[in-house]
Write a protein that binds this ligand. Sequence first.
Ligand code: PMV
Length: 323
Amino acid sequence: MVSVARAHPNIALVKYWGKANDELIIPVAGSMSMTLDKFATTTRVELATDADRFTLNDTVADAKATERTTVFLDLVRHLAAEADLDTATAYANVTSVNEGPTAAGMASSASGFAALATAAADAYGLELTTRQLSRLARRGSGSACRSLIDHFAIWHAGTCDATSYAEAITAPDMAMVSVTVDAKAKKVSSRDGMVATRDTSPYYQAWIDVTKKTLNDMIAACNANDFTQVGQITETHAHRMHAVINAAQPPIRYLAPVSWQVFDEVAAMREDGLEAYATADAGPNVVLICRPDDAAAVAARVAPYGAIETFAPGPGAHLLDTA
Ligand code: PMV
């Protein structure tokens, strides 16, 4: 059995930062994102008899990445056993090609686990709905559950495995412009950073409370098709996430000086009448949102700060034809 799936990263406008359940990856609050149309991960899963193997970008993955893949495949095997499938005891050769920067806050784990969930479920003979695939991808990396969804997704926090999944939401037409100021892997993984924030940041409860409210405000802004409101909510929320993280002990700082310069440049653009807003995940790279017609002008303004890519809303994870 060979299955190939392709998935794109997503960038959250309302961020996920904090788990209510570490094992099941149930977040403390919901989140909302745009799926990108570039930086895809393409993953091939072929069942094998002797061991799990994981190759990433033509290189055999290190022990940590291989272990994370095996733990994920165990979930798929568990579902196969529940469905009484012969594949339940099979190992898998997993081959992934990642077109974007890996582990530098450009959501490579989201595209990675969305592609792996989709390909592995198919290779093991499971017939899962998009909602079930979203739940499965969530177990690999929380934000991956949103990469199952076309264009814009809302991840319902839920309270258990069955109720924590992403689904589509309609949002104002927009483009994203990413500014990759540093393509190296980040020093503190989002997994470790979330635990440290929960355990040591005195602002954690305030962050949870405000994120729940922010998601409701974001849904209202999307329903009103109000780009300005969506942008303002996005930028304020990004600052709040970095603030709660910065307040951990020892402090964690994902943004670099040049990241702040990009935030300043975006504020200057707005003063010049070019409407854009900025956000950043758990790394130094900054992502801007703007109206599609403004994307070229916005990209030109931030080009001095890093490598630029422009994105439209992209497709959710899907199988590729292997015939
Ligand atoms: O899914 P993870 O464990 O890679 O965490 C993602 C965390 C952020 O990217 C910072 C926020 C988000 O909602 O994507």
